[in-house]
Write a protein that binds this ligand. Structure first.
Ligand SMILES: Cc1cc2nc3c(=O)[nH]c(=O)nc-3n(C[C@H](O)[C@H](O)[C@H](O)COP(=O)(O)OP(=O)(O)OC[C@H]3O[C@@H](n4cnc5c(N)ncnc54)[C@H](O)[C@@H]3O)c2cc1C
Length: 361
């Protein structure tokens, strides 16, 4: 199929060779850049080396000049800054419009965006304005050196193999990756770069912000939790969550769950772990009544240690678990809570060494 045959006739043709460089969009909350955005500089730098181009951090907001430095400290070569009072309130269509204007003007070949809540909303809006594709939730990247196409690697829905997706006809290529999929680059305060202050037309929002409330206040973020106690379908109902919350609170952790537990309405959607939920990296992950599907395990690959409690000794979760307890969670979890209280263990890394559990690997 030729390039002409494959392009949508309504869309302007693009000259791929006019597009150069890699961008990382900074997701900023309360004047701070999210760690997930800085993590995107890791694949950006690797790809930039292969493509022999610069990495640019793009920062949008109000009074955010200082944030550009964090991009440099973590490896960006330059920053494009749009610092406008009218960007003080986040509206996805406004931010997407500004990003699209910048992309049309500066023509990057690739835009990498962290899969945070806001950016997951904004990224497809940017792609839609630019009439380009987007690959969400990538777990790896490579480059086809001949065409310069970026290979956007991700697990396809429901499968264990990996798909390598490319965008052969349109530019820029746009891809997102979940928080914690890529490591944070080493911070070096000696690194600096060039700041480009860009002027753009900030459109008027179609909506009006009446009120805003932070859901995360007072709660440990799942992505940052050292200990996660996770509920699966096997807990049998919402009444089981209270018991897991007690265990989590003894360990200074938080409760999350499998998709089945979320779909059943026992936990809110932002607590789901796995391929279509969150990727986490706790010191200790306790899977309670979770069978261990590939989609669930995908979200806990970075956990330092995994403990599984399950009535079925053949459950796949035991293949991934460092510690396995075969039994009914209604017996095991209260016993565990009592044991923790008795020995006054309060740190998850100490619990991971607890005697009396079967080490599986
Ligand atoms: C495209 C796609 C994306 C998906 N994304 C995700 C995702 O992000 N996250 C996710 O979790 N899933 C995801 N899924 C669903 C996934 O395939 C599984 O269906 C799901 O993970 C199973 O959840 P579970 O382990 O809680 O339930 P089940 O598979 O039903 O397992 C329940 C377990 O509980 C055990 N059990 C029962 N009673 C007890 C008891 N009293 N005490 C202890 N153990 C007990 C059972 O032995 C069993 O092993 C996705 C699926 C698809 C197709």
């Amino acid at each position: 199929m030729s390039e002409k045959e494959s392009s949508c006739p309504e869309w302007e043709d693009v000259e791929k060779k006019d597009y150069r460089g890699i961008w990382v969009l900074g997701d900023i909350h309360g004047g701070r850049i999210s760690e997930a955005s800085l993590q995107m500089l890791t694949p950006a730098k690797e790809l930039a080396t292969k493509l022999d181009v610069d990495v640019t951090g793009v920062i949008l907001g109000s009074k955010i000049s200082k944030v550009a430095r964090e991009m440099f400290y973590h490896g960006a070569d330059r920053s494009i800054l749009v610092d406008e009072p009218s960007l003080g309130t986040y509206f996805p269509e406004i931010y997407a419009s500004v990003m699209a204007q910048l992309a049309k003007r500066f023509k990057p070949e690739l835009i990498l965006i962290a899969g945070t809540m806001r950016c997951r909303e904004m990224a497809p809006c940017i792609a839609n304005i630019l009439r380009v594709g987007i690959t969400a939730d990538c777990t790896g990247f490579d480059v086809d050196s001949e065409s310069r196409d970026v290979l956007q690697i991700r697990p396809p829905f429901g499968a264990i193999m990996l798909a390598s997706i490319r965008t052969p006809f349109r530019r820029p290529q746009i891809a997102t990756a979940r928080p914690n999929v890529f490591p944070l680059p080493k911070r070096d305060e000696g690194k600096m770069g060039k700041i480009i202050r860009a002027e753009v037309d900030v459109p008027k929002p179609r909506g009006r912000l009446v009120n805003s409330q932070s859901l995360g206040l007072g709660r440990v973020l799942l992505e940052k939790a050292d200990c996660i106690v996770s509920a699966g379908k096997g807990i049998g109902g919402p009444e089981g969550i209270g018991l897991l919350e007690e265990l989590a609170s003894q360990l200074g952790g938080v409760v999350a769950g499998s998709r089945k537990a979320v779909d059943a309405g026992w936990l809110p959607a932002d607590r789901q772990i796995g391929q279509t939920g969150k990727t986490v990296k706790p010191i200790l992950y306790i899977a309670v009544g979770i069978s261990g599907s590939a989609q669930h395990v995908f979200g806990i690959r970075e956990a330092k240690s995994v403990m599984a409690i399950n009535t079925d000794s053949e459950a796949p979760i035991f293949k991934y678990a460092d510690y396995g307890v075969v039994g009914d969670y209604r017996d095991i979890v209260p016993a565990l809570i009592e044991e923790i209280k008795r020995t006054k263990l309060s740190r998850p890394n100490q619990l991971a060494g607890m005697e009396g559990m079967t080490q599986r690997k």
